[in-house]
Write a protein that binds this ligand. Structure first.
Ligand code: PLP
Length: 395
């Protein structure tokens, strides 16, 4: 019954989800407190109090048929204008409501923009390690994902390898900073070089190449690191933002696309993306959540809690002999496997009731992802198990 396109998806059903199920199974056997599940990127800090307060206030103050009704497929105009102005204040941009399209989270934002721009056979470049769903999103529109191999010294993008992969079929490039799974933030210098490469290639090839900046982790950055705003570097940029991590609202499915005036055929792209939102079946982003985020433009997730987890887990793992770069953002550590086959390493971890995700789930074998969006207590309880794993490998 199912389509040919769905068959491989069913077979490769995400390793992350499988790991989650395994966690539940182990918890039944050993007790939840003795299983250290670092597999999922589900925020553990609660949404900031402004969110619940906004929901209550909206229900009390705003007209029910307005709050729960249809609106423009691109979202409420006042919400889009408020988001545009808040971005302008923070990043000295010049956006207006016509640049902001409300989406059902980043996953949907990515699908909307890819549906809007891809023709069958078009190529989309991304950098390993990457969020594996990108491949599925691109294939939804019969595009082809082209992967730039990782620079495992820094996990910054390998720009030489990038430039050599751009060709006539290149329609888009996806970047993700702060990055899942490495926690790396792309610096001003990296973005500048990337923009120079893209601008030169556009001229040489006579094509438009869209840089899609997938930014669900923008607000999760540590040690005062700057997360540059990508539209300022390259005109053909589309930003894909989400409140899933920044306000701990992953189940509510709310985010937006920024389609700047500087993008080639901007108005047409915006109009087409609005239709894509509709015909993909989203119709519009959840109405109540749109009104909530407008009231929460200054609210912040408890980044300090993630930072505390980051410092504790990073220092401990390094002291046990593991190798890992210190993440500057997001809530993941990308740890080098002590043996070449990281899946075998995951099995050893599981023996100690530690669940981590193999790097091959991010097109980067030889590493594992450890999500530290968990309670501080879980981190403390897990440390003897991590130490035992290190000893087993003679680190
Ligand atoms: N992009 C990346 C890099 C992610 O890690 C995730 C979720 O974990 C998403 C997109 C999807 O986020 P959303 O919940 O906004 O759809």
């Amino acid at each position: 019954m199912i389509s040919e396109k769905m068959k491989p998806l069913l077979q490769n059903n995400s390793a992350i989800r499988e790991m989650f199920e395994e966690g539940k199974r182990l918890a039944k056997i050993y007790g939840a407190e003795n299983v250290y599940d670092f597999s999922l990127g589900n925020p553990n800090v609660p949404a900031p109090p402004e969110v619940d307060a906004a929901i209550r206030a909206i229900l009390d103050e705003e007209e029910s048929t307005f709050v729960h009704g249809y609106m423009s497929n691109s979202g409420y105009e006042d919400v889009r204008e408020a988001i545009a102005q808040s971005l302008n204040e923070r990043f000295q941009t010049a956006f207006h409501q016509g640049n902001i399209l409300m989406t059902v989270g980043a996953a949907s934002g990515m699908n909307v923009i890819l549906k809007t721009i891809l023709n069958p056979g078009d190529q989309v470049i991304t950098f390993a390690p990457y969020f594996l769903e990108y491949g599925n999103y691109v294939r939804n529109y019969d595009g082809e994902l082209v992967i730039v191999p990782p620079d495992t010294e820094t996990f910054q993008p390998n720009l030489e390898a990038f430039a050599s992969r751009i060709g006539e079929k290149t329609k888009a490039v996806i970047i993700n900073t702060p990055n899942n799974p490495t926690g790396v933030v792309y610096s001003d210098a990296v973005l500048r070089q990337m923009a120079e490469i893209l601008t030169a290639k556009q001229q040489e090839l006579g094509t438009d190449i869209v840089l899609i900046s997938d930014e669900p982790y923008r607000e999760l950055a540590y040690d005062g690191v700057d997360v540059p705003y990508v539209t300022k570097y390259y005109a053909n940029t589309v930003v894909c933002y989400s409140y899933s991590k920044s306000l701990s609202l992953p189940g509510e499915r709310i985010g937006y696309l920024v389609i700047p005036d500087e993008l080639a055929d901007s108005a047409e792209v915006f109009a087409a993306a609005t239709i894509a939102n509709r015909v993909l079946g989203c119709v519009n982003a959840p109405s109540l959540m749109q009104r909530v985020v407008m009231r929460c433009l200054h609210a912040k997730a408890n980044v300090a809690a993630y930072d505390r987890n980051r410092n504790r887990l990073y220092s401990a793992l390094i002291s046990y002999g593991f190798t890992c770069i210190k993440p500057q953002g997001a809530f993941y550590l990308f740890v080098k496997s002590p043996e070449p086959d990281e899946k075998a390493f995951c099995t050893v971890c599981k023996k100690h009731n530690i669940l981590v995700v193999p790097g091959s789930s991010f097109a980067c074998p030889g590493y594992v992802r450890v999500s530290y969006c968990v309670s501080y207590e879980q981190i403390e309880r897990s440390l003897p198990a991590f130490e035992a794993v290190a000893k087993e490998y003679g680190l």
